[in-house]
Design a protein around this ligand. Structure first.
Ligand SMILES: [Fe+2]
Ligand SMILES: [Fe+2]
Length: 387
């Protein structure tokens, strides 16, 4: 969304929210409300611009526009809260909206008018539940985002408990690691199903494939050191292996480019987390944490990465682990444009990223494992990259 539309949308939300606030305080007929309504209409017309109509989706207190959550602010929060309460999943508006229509919307939001009567009479403002399959793409996107949110919370809790349960003083057992990784790779060969998702990637870009395997192994290394075992450990490994699978949709010349990427190429590259998550959602037998890690692995611990999510978004610990494995493997890799970094240099750099890009406790834990392992384990000398 360009800047002009974004500020028109902001204005519209602010004036509508102010009108609703005034209507709640006094009444819908109060002059205060009347003062905000024409401003909301103007801002809305500006926002809709030359387009037929625009839709805002409300889901669990977050407002989405074109499938992406809008940055939260008190006005947006107020509208989202009300829409959740009265069961409005989306509001679709067109440029012909009049002051009378806007007042009707305010009446709906303050509970003076029912959803049914609004549905029956409003022409330029349409409302609905989010599951109404009127706009397939939009609804699917919002449902998928809701699914990530839900899963992320559950998995986060589970991992968080495991994490707390493990004493960080415990020595890391190298022998266990070797045998678990051997078992992991053997299991991959047997089941092959999640790995099938990687086949198209291997055909496109051998380098990204090797990187994916490395990140899977590093994820398992982290998981073991945190006391995670069994199915969850296996899933965390798969999540590492599949984190970049969305790159099957990225043009090969971009993946292989050794020069600085252009803005358009970066734009294309930045799509791979959401494309990867959507791709994995449609594959059989993919662990849920793998879908989440594909979606979140560039979000950064401080939420300053991509895809951009509200600050309230809880990044799954498996995704945080994947970010660390991903970054480390990239640093340790020799590419045409960059030499492989040695261990102290890579470790020092990881340390400098704690708190901002990377989860501080998980990174410290990772560095501790690496220090214990030294450079002995062959798994740490692979090749790979973080994009
Ligand atoms: Fe990566
Ligand atoms: Fe990536």
């Amino acid at each position: 969304m360009n800047h002009e539309f974004a500020s028109a949308l902001n204005d519209f939300v602010r004036y509508l929210s102010n009108a609703v606030g005034a209507a709640q305080l006094y009444s819908v007929e109060h002059p205060q409300v009347g003062a905000f309504i024409p401003r909301a209409v103007d801002a809305l017309r500006h926002f809709v611009g030359g387009e037929e109509e625009k839709t805002l989706v409300f889901l669990k207190g977050v407002v989405f526009y074109q499938g992406k959550p809008l940055e939260r602010d008190p006005h947006l929060d107020r509208l989202a809260r009300i829409c959740d309460q009265i069961g409005v999943g989306y509001i679709r508006l067109n440029a012909r909206v009049s002051a009378a229509d806007m007042r009707q919307l305010v009446r709906l939001l303050v509970g003076v008018e029912s959803r049914e009567s609004m549905l029956a009479s409003a022409v330029n403002i349409r409302i609905g539940e989010v599951d109404t399959p009127e706009d397939g793409d939009l609804d699917r996107t919002t449902r998928e985002i809701a699914a990530f949110e839900q899963l992320s919370h559950d998995e986060l809790k589970q991992l968080g408990e495991l994490y707390r349960a493990v004493s960080r003083e415990e020595a890391f057992n190298l022998k266990d690691l070797a045998s678990v990784i051997a078992g992991f790779i053997a299991a991959f060969r047997r089941e092959a199903n999640p790995l099938l998702a990687l086949v198209p990637l291997r055909q496109m870009d051998e380098y990204t494939f090797t990187h994916s395997v490395n990140v899977g192994i590093l994820n398992i290394t982290q998981g073991i050191s945190l006391g995670i075992e069994g199915q969850l450990l296996h899933d965390i490994g798969i999540a590492g292996m599949l984190h970049d699978v969305g790159k099957i949709y990225t043009a090969a010349h971009i993946l292989k480019k050794t020069d600085v990427l252009t803005t358009a190429e970066w734009q294309a590259m930045r799509q791979h987390p959401s494309l990867g998550a959507q791709y994995l959602l449609n594959q059989p037998d993919i662990p849920r944490v793998a879908v989440i890690a594909a979606f979140e692995h560039h979000m950064r611990h401080d939420h300053h990465g991509y895809p951009r999510m509200p600050d309230s978004w809880e990044i799954n610990l498996c995704s945080e682990m994947t970010m660390i494995s991903d970054t480390f493997d990239a640093l340790r890799t020799r590419r045409v444009y960059k030499d492989a970094w040695d261990f102290p240099k890579a470790a020092g750099y990881l340390l400098s990223l704690t708190g901002g890009q990377l989860h501080p406790d998980l990174t410290m834990n990772f560095l501790k494992i690496l220090a214990q392992m030294g450079e002995r384990a062959g798994v740490l000398s692979g090749r790979g990259e973080t994009t």
